[in-house]
Design a binder for this molecule. Structure first.
Ligand code: QAP
Ligand code: CO
Length: 178
């Protein structure tokens, strides 16, 4: 059975942990991939890295298809080469409600292990290339807000901290006092 995981929000310090490579893809890895897919689809995202759900492993899931029926699961992802540059609007499930322009490589040559543990390699562009770069950044403890000005990043952090405080207080107030 699949389970929905909790997505960490910026500026949670766990988002800064550099994830560790997997020795191999096991049944446990596949369970994590499935849980991450369920979590990503429920949140209406196109990509999710294990770091975002507090798991210190180099695993990511992506679905950039229109029908949201082409799940991609990767372990130990690597960018072998990059070509060109492109600016596009990005968001992040760990930075809810904020979208900003980020510059990335336009094309990437990509290598990873798939859900079955087989080595795969391909070159891609467009949204998939942007998403791969964004998600690998997560595994290295990096967020898209790190590419913005200090002023923009600080504003986003302050607003999200306020929202998180308010959410925590609401949750506490809904528990009957002893
Ligand atoms: C990364 O991001 C990405 O703020 C994946 O309220 C984004 O799935 C790669 C989301 C853009 C390439 C281009 C964000 C959902 C989803 C939000 C996401 C939100 C609800 C972000
Ligand atoms: Co993200």
């Amino acid at each position: 059975a699949m389970a929905r995981l909790t997505i960490l929000h910026f500026p949670d310090p766990r988002l800064r942990i550099k994830a560790r490579p997997l020795p191999s893809v096991t049944a446990e890895t596949r369970q994590l991939m499935d849980d991450m897919l369920e979590t990503m689809y429920a949140a209406e995202g196109i990509g999710l890295a294990a770091t975002q759900v507090g798991v210190d492993q180099r695993v990511l899931v992506i679905d950039v298809s229109e029908g949201r029926n082409e799940p991609r699961c990767y372990a130990n992802p690597e960018i072998l080469s990059r070509d060109g540059t492109e600016r596009s609007q990005e968001g992040c499930l760990s930075v809810p409600g904020y979208y900003e322009e980020v510059e990335r490589a336009e094309f990437v040559r990509f290598r990873a292990l798939d859900r079955d543990g087989n080595a795969i390699e391909f070159e891609t562009g467009g949204l998939l290339a942007v998403c791969i770069q964004h998600e690998i950044d997560h595994l290295d403890g990096k967020l898209f807000v790190d590419y913005l000005s200090d002023l923009k990043r600080r504003r986003i952090r302050k607003k999200l901290e306020k929202e998180q405080r308010e959410e925590r207080d609401r949750a506490r107030d809904s528990v009957p006092a002893i």
